[in-house]
Write a new protein. Structure first.
Length: 326
């Protein structure tokens, strides 16, 4: 009879150790660094709540999580924040080998109750619509600052809006991700918030009729003036106009938007880096773009958020009051 000869015990042990090491490495890379940091940050807040009240944070039970949610709701935290905290607490428990039933009625019903009492309407940041984008570009052009900084900032604003990019996606772009073609610019987004496996997303930005507000021409001009031919596309400046090798942070995008809105005389408190992305989606919806076309550019996996943009864009267009004559 055919028999499989067993491996020597020492060799088997070595294989198992190697598999264990590779498994740990795979687990560590199952989530992006930003996602892991967010989980840890959320759990640290829960840990602080538990330590102040004499509860055990790990492992915990649904009753403690439910109390924590009530505590957060009394601090006027958003429903989305509460849901994210529950998810983070659950993930940390799994990673540490503990089980937490995040679907337990004490958690789910409490969330529903908070939602009913407080409401779930999110007061998000305002979208930057086309008229404000134009004002920002005009303000940048009017600055006395050196041309290289002006060109960088214009490119960030125009590419962020036109591509429906998140702010971290803008600053993560490399020169190698760009492909100029006769129709415009192809951008290979290698990884994003909703693309944890790094499958990538190809975006196409066509040439605009008005070259002043064209993202393709703006990025071309930025590359020409900066002499960048590899690595990070958008970088920090050293003293003066000397360009460094250091990539901009995503917070820089938000600060740029606020800076130029203020210079344009526009109240900037309710705008952020996300305003470029939401501004694209809202403007596209106002112009009659289909839901799937917007999603193809933004990379949204769910239509829920895009439908919110479309609903807001059509708030006055499809308003029943338009049919009433006074």
């Amino acid at each position: 009879m055919f028999q499989i000869k067993p491996k020597p015990r020492s060799e088997l042990s070595f294989d198992i150790k190697k598999l264990q090491q590779e498994t740990i490495f795979n687990l560590q890379n199952s989530k992006s660094n930003n996602t892991v940091r967010a989980y840890k940050s959320d759990f640290n807040d829960f840990n602080l709540f538990c330590s102040k009240n004499g509860f055990n944070p790990l492992p915990t039970d649904p009753k403690i999580v439910s109390l924590y949610l009530t505590y957060l709701s009394n601090k006027d935290s958003k429903i989305s924040t509460l849901k994210r905290r529950v998810a983070s607490i659950g993930v940390i428990h799994k990673l540490k080998g503990h089980y937490l039933d995040t679907k337990h009625p004490l958690i789910v019903e409490n969330l529903m109750g908070i939602k009913r009492r407080k409401g779930s309407i999110q007061n998000g940041k305002k979208p930057l619509l086309i008229n404000y984008i134009k004002q920002i570009i005009n303000v940048i052009d009017d600055q006395i600052n050196n041309e290289i900084k002006k060109q960088r900032d214009k490119s960030i604003i125009l590419i962020g809006f036109s591509g429906g990019f998140r702010r971290n996606e803008i600053v993560s772009l490399n020169y190698e991700d760009l492909d100029f073609v006769p129709e415009g610019l192809k951008i290979n987004l290698k990884r994003s918030k909703t693309d944890q496996l790094g499958e990538g997303l190809l975006k196409g930005l066509p040439y605009f009729d008005n070259p002043k507000y064209c993202p393709v021409i703006s990025v071309k001009n930025w590359i020409d003036i900066s002499k960048i031919n590899s690595g990070a596309l958008f970088r920090r400046f050293l003293k003066g106009s000397k360009l460094s090798e250091n990539r901009l942070t995503d917070q820089s995008v938000a600060l740029l938007i606020k800076e130029y809105l203020k210079l344009a005389g526009i109240e900037n408190r309710n705008y952020s880096g996300h305003s470029l992305r939401s501004g694209f989606a809202t403007s596209a919806a106002e112009s009659g773009a289909e839901e799937r076309s917007i999603m193809a550019m933004t990379g949204h996996k769910s239509a829920e958020m895009v439908r919110r943009y479309i609903k807001e864009a059509n708030l006055f267009k499809n308003n029943a009051l338009n049919k009433i004559k006074f």
